[in-house]
Each structure stands twice: as C-alpha cells, then as structure tokens.
Design a protein around this ligand. Structure first.
Ligand code: ADP
Ligand code: MG
Length: 623
C-alpha cells in the first residue's frame, strides 16, 4: 500500500517474532486461542463502556457482541472478527509492535531456556503467536474515536499502518486476516476450527460463530428436463393464465422428485457461554474447574490448580466467587511484587468490569486467580465510583478470609511428602511429584505468606499458622509452629530461632551447641525475607520468639544463673581488657557466655541490632 507508514518492531518484539515464525513448535493451534482471547477482551471493554453510555455500541449488527470466524480456502485466509472496542491508529502502532510489555523479555528468556510456547498468553504477547501459522497478517480495525486503519506485517522486522480505504467498513471492532503458511492449510477445515474452539475457548463469554457449510437434503424434480420444463411452464403460466388444458397436463406428470445434497451456508454457533461460577458447586466437575482455571489464568500448562474455593456470600453484600491457587507462582511474582497487579476478575451481574482493582485482595495474595461476581454493586457507574463503593470493603474481607481458609485446608489435608518413602533413586522431578500439595504450595508461595505476616497485622496469627520451616529437629521435612510448640521442653518459654544463609551453615553454628545438647529445638530461618518476618512475628501462642545469635538468651535454672553471675564477676577484669583491646566502636561489650559447648568464643549481635545475617542482606542490597 503506497500511502502506508512503515514502522520497525521494537527490538525484543522483533526477536520474539523471529523465534515464532521460524519455530517448529508442534502445537500451533494455540494461536487461535490467543486471538479469540483478545477478541473477547475487546468485547469486554466495549461492553463495560456501554454500561454508562449506550451509544458507544451503535446500532443493528454493530451492537451484537460476538466473534465471527471465516475461512477462505482459495486464498488460504482465515479471518477472525470481533465487534469489540477496536484500535485507533495509535493503538495499532503501540499495541502491535512498538511497545514491549514487561513480559516480552521474560518470555524470550524462558524460550531460550527451552520453555513452552504454550504459555505465551501469560506473558502478554499472545498476539504474535499468530505467526506460528501465518506468514502474513493483516489487522483491520475501527475504533469509535478514529477512522478505519489497516496494519500489516510479514514478520520481517517491520510493519505498516495505513488508513483503510479498500475494505468494507467494519462499523466497530477488529478483523484479523491470517494468510496461512503453505503447511498450515488444516486451519481452513471447518471441522478442525470447530474442534479447536470447543477445546480451547470453552469459557469465552461471547458467542463464537463460524461461517460454515452444511450438506442438506433437498427435494428436487426427478430430472433436469422436468425442472427446466417446470420453470418454463411457471413463466408461461403467468403469461397465459386461464389456459386450463396445459395445467391439467402438468399435474399428470407429477410427482417425480428426487433427493439431492445441497450446500447451505450459515453462521454456526461453536460455543455455549458458560458462567461456571454461577452454577452450584455440586454440579461442576473437577475437570471443569481445572479447565476453567486454565482459561482464566491463561495458564495452559498440564498442571492442575492446587486447590479452589467456590462459594457465595449472602447478607448485606451478595456475591459469588471462585478462587484458585495456581500450581506455580507467576513468572514475575516476587520480582515485581510491589507493582504487581491484582489477579481477580470482577463482574457485576455477569458483566465483566475489571481485573485491575487492587482493592479486592492484598498484595501478598495476588497469586490467587479467580472471579468475583456481585449483584450488590451498581452496574451503571464509572470504575472510579465503583472502586470507592462501600461494599468492596466487605467483599475484600470475605475474600481474604476465604483465601486463607483455602490455604489452611490444603495444609491440613495434604501436608508434606507422601508416605511412600521409597524415593532413594528417583530424580528431583519425581520427588517433586510425590510431594504433598502443601509442600508444593510452600515452595512457590511460602514467601508470599511471610510477606503477609509482615504486611497484614489483622491476619498475622492466621498466617503464622501457615508458616513452614526447617529446624534442628525437623530433618528433611518441614515443620510448623504448632509442631514446634508441641515439641517444646516442659519449662521452655520461648521459641528459639536462628537466621542465616542456609541450613548446613546453621546446623554447624556454635550458637546452637548448648541448645542442641540440652534438647531444645531451634528454627532455621534461611530466606532473606525471614529477617523482616522476625521483626513482625514476635509472638505465637503467648510464646516469644528469641534469636539465639543475639544477646539475652537465658538457659538454665535460678541456681545456675546465680553461679553464672559469680563467674561473670570473676572474669570482669579480662572482659574489660578485651573490650579495650578491640576498641569500643567495634564491639558493644565482651561477656562470659554459657551458650557454647565446644567453641571457645562467638561474636553476638546486640538484642536490638541487626543480626549478622541481616547485615549480609543489607550489604547485598546496597552494593
Ligand atoms: P494481551 O492480550 O495479554 O494484552 P496480546 O499480545 O494478546 O497481549 O495483545 C496485545 C494488545 O493488542 C492487547 O492488549 C490489545 O490492546 C491489542 N489487541 C489485540 N487484539 C485486539 C482486538 N481483537 N481488539 C482490540 N485490541 C486488540
Ligand atoms: Mg492476548
């Protein structure tokens, strides 16, 4: 197109497209799912705008919120069309080429490490998967605020955008013309398309139609001549109406008909719109929940969600919700923790409103995927007004409670390794499969629970119950605080812990010598976040947490204490001299200690100072 403006793809996008178009990936079908998912998102957007302004929908066919698929076998073009929000010229340039999303680099990285292309949607670059099946793509789009534009690219590093003056006006929405690669003609078979939509797009909330042919039986006159004769006689009949004799002749020659196949073209509906969350939990199978999770989370791995909770809340604020714990943490969950977006989809009376309400769950639960659908919230107000609606607070409270219940249930029902201990010569993956679901959960989401303990004072106790750790008595298994308390020595008042880089290092720590000898259990906190955790989690079940590497550790009875006081006194001269030698800005004091068994001396952190481990972490952060 001579009047087109040419653009270069952003570098990472270009690399991604290169990989995709040259990929030998066998599961090319996924592009259809990605494009339908985009069409559905675009329809959600226009439907949301129409809640406060009906005119945005237009009239007649334009107002129909649907997706249409057409096949052109001669030209080898598959077309997917939606009546969604559409894209302005600027949208086309930005969204389909010049802006790299945060997921682009992450996905490239994954792909280089042999990651699965199937997961492309989770990284926010699903559109480009179209080049698995196409070598040339045209995107025609009409947004209410702009003229109709056409975007095109052969995935050769560049794309072009021009005002579209050659195609039929779309009214509103987007049409994607996929010029299929020579070896991708399977996507021109209507049976294949029907099967794929059923398989991948089961939970799309808008009707998906395929322009399809059907063989139908029709009755026709027995032979060609008879047909022709009839046609002629019909015309003649009009002309010479009233000619009785010819009429009689005709009725005698009937009825000689036969059945033939005729091809009928029509829009065939491929999906049922299923709102799983509105059904009664007893009518939904595990498989349906699983599939729904995959489509909701754009997580098309083989892994099933770890657990889910499907419930309805009644009372002042009514809503239905379906929450899932994913099988794995999202790729950027901890990296982008403080800027992470909410992952719950909010619906009001079945209409999708937003997935960007930060107010539905606190940050540390942002790994939970799900849907909330409320009848109490108003439909015809702006997002901003809705965000301030008083019911949201109640919804949030209930959602947090339900999410924490769900996690606790997982911990209770499927705690750790399976009872089958016969794992000696299995590799890591097999071992991982044998792990209980909660052990898997803890592996991926333990850090989130710890951040919750730091950030959510209201639920701190509930979250502390979910905490798991290794200790001097846990062996290879994980222990909980409740187990720790059950194992406490009769007169033990405090919960002992130590922080450090890893278990092996801590196991050898001189700080533990005496405690171990006396049979006390010491928790090993080895995650950097544990240093923060222990600043906030100071008590559990009326027991204080005590860092055994800090001063203030008191072991033994009253008599022993007396004895120690005397010993300390008698060594005063030595300890004072020592402190002077080390100069007073290097140490706060030198003391005789009863905490060691074999090691002659240790450096201890003051009670309110940073632990040595925290010093290490802070240094790592500032360097
Ligand atoms: P994601 O859907 O995760 O945002 P994609 O790569 O699938 O990532 O799509 C990129 C962007 O292109 C979308 O966010 C959207 O803004 C735009 N887009 C793609 N398809 C359509 C469409 N059918 N209608 C309107 N906008 C679309
Ligand atoms: Mg998408």
């Amino acid at each position: 197109r001579s009047h087109a403006e040419k653009f270069e793809f952003q570098a990472e996008v270009s690399r991604l497209m290169d990989i995709i178009i040259n990929s030998l990936y066998s599961n090319r079908d996924i592009f259809l799912r990605e494009l339908i998912s985009n069409a559905s998102d675009a329809l959600d957007k226009i439907r949301f705008l129409s809640l406060t302004d009906k005119t945005v929908l237009g009239e007649g066919d334009d107002a129909k919120l649907e997706i249409q698929i057409k096949l052109d076998k001669d030209k080898k073009i598959l077309t997917i069309r939606d009546r969604g929000i559409g894209m302005t010229k600027e949208d086309l340039i930005k969204n389909l080429g010049t802006i790299a999303k945060s997921g682009t680099a992450a996905f490239l990285d994954k792909m280089q490490k042999g990651g699965d292309l199937n997961l492309i949607g989770q990284f926010g670059v699903g559109f480009y998967s179209v080049y698995l099946a196409a070598d040339y793509v045209e995107v025609i789009s009409k947004h209410n605020d702009d003229k109709q534009y056409i975007w095109e690219s052969k995935a050769d590093g560049a794309f072009a955008v021009a005002e579209d003056t050659e195609n039929e006006p779309l009214g509103r929405g987007t049409e994607i013309r996929i010029h299929l690669k020579d070896d991708a003609s399977e996507y021109l078979e209507q049976d294949k398309l029907t099967e794929l939509v059923k398989k991948y797009s089961e939970f799309i909330n808008f009707p998906i139609y395929l322009w399809a042919s059907k063989e139908v039986d029709v009755e026709v006159p027995a032979d060609e001549e008879a047909e022709e004769a009839e046609e002629v006689s019909d015309e003649e009949k009009d002309e010479k109406s009233g000619d009785e004799s010819s009429d009689e002749e005709e009725t005698e020659s009937k009825p000689k008909t036969k059945t033939v196949k005729e091809t009928n073209w029509s829009w065939q509906l491929l999906n049922e719109v299923k709102a799983v969350w509105l059904r009664s939990p007893k009518d939904v199978t595990d498989e349906e929940y699983s599939k729904f999770y995959h489509s909701l989370a754009k997580d098309f791995s083989e892994d099933k969600p770890l657990a889910w909770s499907h419930f309805s809340a009644e009372g002042d604020v009514e809503f239905k919700a379906l929450l899932f714990i994913p099988p794995k943490a999202p790729y950027d969950f901890y990296e982008n923790y403080y800027t992470s977006k909410a992952t719950l989809k909010l619906y009001v009376r079945r209409v999708f409103i937003t997935e960007e309400f930060d107010d539905l769950l606190p940050k540390y639960l942002n790994f939970i995927k799900g849907i909330v659908d409320s009848d109490t919230l108003p439909l015809n107000v702006s997002r901003e007004m809705l965000q301030q609606h008083s019911s949201l607070k109640t919804i949030k409270k209930k959602l947090i409670r339900k999410a924490l219940d769900l996690i606790r249930r997982l911990a209770d029902e499927d705690p750790e390794e399976s009872s089958d201990e016969n794992t000696a010569n299995e590799d890591e993956d097999d071992k991982n499969d044998k792990k209980g679901k909660y052990a898997k959960f803890w592996n991926d989401f333990g850090k989130a629970i710890k951040l919750g303990i730091v950030e959510d004072a209201t639920n701190r106790v509930r979250l502390a119950k979910l905490l798991r750790f290794h200790s001097s008595k846990s062996g290879d298994k994980l222990a909980s605080l409740d187990q720790y308390i059950a194992r406490m020595k009769p007169k033990q008042k405090d919960i002992y812990y130590i922080t450090g880089q890893d278990r092996e290092q801590l196991e050898r720590s001189p700080f533990l010598e005496k405690l171990k000898k006396k049979g006390y259990e010491v928790i090993y906190f080895t995650d950097p976040v544990d240093e923060y955790l222990t600043q906030y989690l100071t008590e559990y079940e009326d027991k204080k947490f005590l860092n055994v590497s800090k001063e203030g550790l008191k072991l033994g009875s009253k008599e022993e204490k007396q004895k120690w006081k005397q010993i300390k006194e008698s060594f005063k001269e030595l300890t004072n001299w020592w402190k002077d030698v080390l100069t007073s800005d290097k140490v706060e004091g030198v003391k005789v200690s009863n905490r060691l068994a074999n090691t002659p001396g240790v450096v201890v952190t003051s009670k309110y100072g940073w632990s040595a481990n925290m010093e290490r972490i802070m240094q790592a952060q500032t360097l």
